[in-house]
Design a protein around this ligand. Structure first.
Ligand code: GLN
Length: 503
């Protein structure tokens, strides 16, 4: 199919860049096209919290002008969306919380600055779980996001707005953040490609903190190639983030076509156990096994490995992440910025009522659990113990990467679940992240790739790499996407209430 035969939103970023360079259309036309789609389809999905059409058109015109004078940046004119956890100068940055509903950021996150410098267009800010705490996007102050493949179902979380917007082609790609799975799990549930980079690879400056030793921003896009194009812009050292890593950024696109001959893939026996009480859906296990056969056909060799501390990852995370969150979220005090209660009696009343009224239920649960785990008398039993378990989990991976190059398995145990199905039972919701959480505890990179359907809903294949092996993951992802077409499948959208199919 030639570029002319396809609607603009069907093109990947790589194709859009070619077409913009060849003057087949302008960035302004491309941007208006996406804004019209948002207008037409987002009412039913709720994937955006804030849409910024004026700023987007202005940026698109600037990109067109730069292209005309030969000064265009790497993503000049490409319409993206930012998860509403990234601070955007002059634009509301809410983190999907009532606490920050009135917060207009006075500065840009480094990631946003880098996209601006590369000439990308920002269409708006995407919906998410409040303060990125959740796996279903139901904890947002702005209401849940619907999965574009089945609007009775959740898109996953916490980057559910970004995942739904990319899947529904309401932006060319989006940013996400991943503390325990929040890029990979919604990517899997919405049938898109999402990469969680190595801890420290992408700057956290201006990314509202949830659990600082785990948080990492990354790309969510329609292909591994598009993720590579985004990573070329996002990655890199930032002196304003003390844990960002001083290490050269490779050109992630240059390795995409490398041969997979001899690639050693490890399959953890703890990840392939449907039929036990692990909750892994047999259809997902089958889809993942089929995709591993594809990788074998491309030259990879398979080896069974063991990650013996896998079952400790969820409990370990749910001590460490709340502990860090209880400390990070203490800054929301009703004094400096954000929500403030009306008519406080005294300072204590101002603090306590502002926090009580400003935070949602899940955020409060995490603050309480975290404060408890850090309190005198319990810190050794919970927080210190969890830190020790975290080390054991990390060592499992270090040992595994002596034997294999990449670890493969499912991204999630089950496909997208119904809205409301798990929201009354936090532990069931937490188990959604059983395959993703250990990766954050170890600080490793991992990617989720679309790999089939279960119950007519998308399934994700997770590939975990060694430290800084994002290039390898993107290479394997790209080669896989050359021989499969799961990533090209798109949901049929309906205009709200009218049942009109998407153009
Ligand atoms: N679902 C996990 C949680 O609720 C992970 C969230 C995330 O990665 N931001 O903590």
């Amino acid at each position: 199919m030639s570029l002319h035969d396809r609607s603009l939103h069907e093109l990947t970023i790589a194709e859009q860049l070619q077409a913009l360079a060849a003057k087949k259309f302008s960035s302004e036309e491309l941007t208006l096209h996406y804004l019209a789609r948002i207008e037409k389809y987002d009412a039913q999905l709720n994937s955006y919290i804030t849409i910024t059409p004026e700023l987007a058109i202005e940026a698109a015109r600037a990109a067109d002008a730069a292209r005309a004078t030969g000064t265009a940046g790497a993503l000049a004119g490409i319409p993206l969306a930012q998860k509403d956890i990234f601070c955007t100068l002059g634009v509301r940055t809410s983190c999907a919380s009532k606490m920050l509903d009135n917060f207009i950021s006075p500065y840009n996150a480094t990631v946003v600055e880098k996209f601006n410098a590369a000439g990308a267009v920002c269409l708006g800010k995407t919906n998410m779980d409040e303060f990125a705490m959740g796996s279903s996007n139901e904890s947002s102050f702005y209401g849940p996001v619907k999965n574009p493949w089945n609007t009775d179902c959740v898109p996953g979380g916490s980057s559910g707005g970004s995942a739904a917007a990319v899947a529904a082609q309401l932006c060319a790609a989006a940013t996400g953040t991943d503390t325990g799975g929040s890029i990979r799990q919604p990517a899997a549930l919405c049938g898109i490609t999402g990469l969680k980079p190595t801890y420290g690879r992408v700057s956290r400056y201006g990314m509202i903190a949830f659990a600082s030793s785990l948080d990492q921003g990354g790309p969510m896009a329609r292909s591994a190639e598009d993720c590579a194009l985004l990573m070329n812009v996002m990655a890199g050292f930032d002196e304003r983030d003390s844990t960002s890593v001083q290490r050269a950024v490779p050109d992630y696109t240059s390795v995409l076509n490398n041969s997979l001959e001899g690639l050693r893939i490890g399959l953890p026996k703890e990840y392939f156990n449907s039929g036990t009480d692990s909750g892994l859906t047999p259809e997902i296990e089958r889809a993942v096994q089929t995709s591993i056969k594809e990788l074998e056909n491309l030259g990879a060799t398979i080896k069974e490995i063991s990650l013996p501390h896998t079952e400790l990852a969820v409990p370990c995370y749910y001590v460490i992440a709340p502990a860090e969150c209880s400390s990070n979220l203490s800054r929301f005090d009703g004094v400096r910025y954000g929500y403030r209660c009306t008519d406080p009696k005294d300072l204590f009343d101002l603090y306590s009522r502002s926090r009580d009224e400003g935070f949602g239920e899940e955020v409060k649960r995490r603050i309480l659990v975290g404060t408890y785990a850090l309190s005198a008398g319990f810190v050794d039993a919970y927080y210190r113990k969890a830190q020790q378990v975290r080390r054991l989990i990390q060592q499992d991976f270090v040992a595994a990467f002596n034997e294999v190059d990449v670890i493969a398995g499912p991204t999630t145990p089950s496909p997208a679940f119904k809205l409301g199905e798990k929201s009354s039972d936090p532990v069931t919701m937490y188990l959604e992240d059983i395959y993703t959480i250990a990766v954050n505890l170890a600080g490793l990179p991992a990617i989720s790739l679309p790999t089939g359907f279960a119950d007519n809903k998308p399934v994700g294949l997770q590939l975990i790499g060694n430290y800084f092996a994002e290039d390898k993951l993107l290479n394997v992802g790209h080669r896989f996407q050359q021989v499969t077409d799961w990533h090209r499948r798109t949901p049929a959208l309906h205009k709200s209430g009218t049942g009109v199919r998407a153009a």
